[in-house]
Design a protein around this ligand. Structure first.
Ligand SMILES: Nc1ncnc2c1ncn2[C@@H]1O[C@H](COP(=O)(O)OP(=O)(O)O)[C@@H](O)[C@H]1O
Ligand SMILES: [Mg+2]
Length: 361
């Protein structure tokens, strides 16, 4: 069998240029190194899977390289990494602070990376604080955390803070495309978009979803398969239901809903998704709002087509019907019925609309 390395490991950026979506940070860091303006303590904060550890390692290596304390094969002598998630006791910090005192044997700086720093125990935190208050001139600390609010103010005030952002859907999609091409995985654009959307800003999550799908689909990731595996209703279902509603097909819409429930989808998520779909149709009616729809290119065109069939007031009513069912769902004694009523109302919208038109003409 082919040797399988998870993409998140295989594609950990080695240079600032290849870090996706954090340019505000990588530019600043690069500049600070060049100008020798690096702070002695830095704190990288932000959601998980967005490149904090990656950037900490790149930065540490750059500092070492500038310093001349990197061997020819790229080994950096003066980098120490502590993962506080698994080494959070005071003894672990003591080990670290004990050696901080000694100047490096090669070069000027020793770089300490403390990852998941919020996991340090109270005692460990206190021990560390002493070092951070009076760090020797050769020590640089890079701390990383997903939980900035858990870091005590005395530490925050001693660090230069870098806030990492969630990666945008477009940036994730682009990144996945490059990896798919390198890994010779075939894909539909909209499928990668769906993965990116589902990853909710975390590139690492996007990569592991991608791996799962690549394996499951034998390297041919279609939108349909992606939707199935990620357990999201694909756009076809919503497009179909909206068409049935437009044609006033009450029995058909109810049995389509039944099929969806039978596949294990949560009716609540479905009706909320239906509301989003009508909202997207509203946006699709006007070029000015077209780009507010978060879907892939091909799907966007289909939304555009479908939106032409509806008049704006009907779409507003449809959004309200779905929203109402969404809000009432949890309090209803018969939540399934709540969704079915909403669907019947949706399938009556254009019938009422036609009646109105006849009356007024
Ligand atoms: N901004 C990014 N650019 C490129 N790859 C990323 C980025 N963020 C995360 N990754 C991918 O996810 C993996 C884990 O990222 P990591 O830096 O450990 O995230 P964090 O420390 O923020 O949780 C990396 O090895 C890389 O493959
Ligand atoms: Mg990390």
């Amino acid at each position: 069998m082919e040797n399988f390395i998870v993409s998140a490991r295989k594609y950990r950026p080695q240079e600032f240029e290849t870090v996706v979506g954090q340019q505000h940070i990588t530019d600043t860091l690069e500049h600070a190194i060049e100008e020798n303006q690096l702070a002695q303590a830095l704190l990288f904060c932000g959601p998980r899977g967005v490149g904090k550890t990656t950037c900490a390692r790149i930065l540490a290596r750059k500092i070492n390289e500038k310093d001349g304390s990197t061997s020819e094969d790229g080994f950096a002598y003066n980098i120490y990494e502590l993962d506080a998630a698994s080494n959070n006791g005071v003894e672990h910090i003591r080990d670290l602070t004990d050696q901080v005192r000694f100047a490096p044997q090669v070069g000027r700086f020793k770089v300490y990376i403390i990852d998941e720093v919020h996991m340090l125990s109270q005692a460990a935190f206190n021990a560390f604080l002493k070092t951070l208050e009076e760090p020797p001139a050769h020590a640089i600390f890079i701390l990383a955390t997903t939980e900035k609010h858990k870091i005590i103010p005395t530490i925050l005030s001693r660090c230069q803070i870098y806030d990492f952002k969630r990666i945008t859907i477009e940036d994730i999609q682009e990144h996945l495309k490059k990896i798919a091409e390198r890994e010779k995985v075939q894909y539909e654009d909209d499928a990668l978009y769906l993965i990116a959307q589902k990853a909710d800003g975390a590139l690492r999550d996007a990569l592991s979803l991608f791996d799962r799908l690549a394996t499951f689909t034998q390297k041919n990731i279609t939108l349909q398969k992606a939707a199935e595996v990620l357990n999201v209703l694909d756009y076809d279902q919503y497009l179909n239901i909206a068409d049935l509603a437009h044609e006033n097909k009450i029995p058909e819409i109810l049995s389509a809903f039944n099929e969806i429930v039978k596949k294990g989808f949560d009716p609540h998520i479905f009706i909320a998704g239906m509301g989003s779909h009508f909202r997207d149709l509203m946006m699709a009616q006007n070029p000015a709002t077209l780009n507010l729809i978060e879907v892939g290119e091909k799907t966007r065109l289909r939304f555009g087509e479908q939106s032409k069939k509806w008049v704006p007031q009907q779409l507003i009513d449809a959004i309200e019907i779905c929203n109402h069912a969404d809000i009432n769902y949890k309090n209803s004694k018969n939540p399934r019925l709540t969704v079915e009523i909403a669907l019947m109302q949706l399938a009556s919208l254009t019938a009422i609309g036609n009646g109105d038109k006849k009356k007024s003409s």
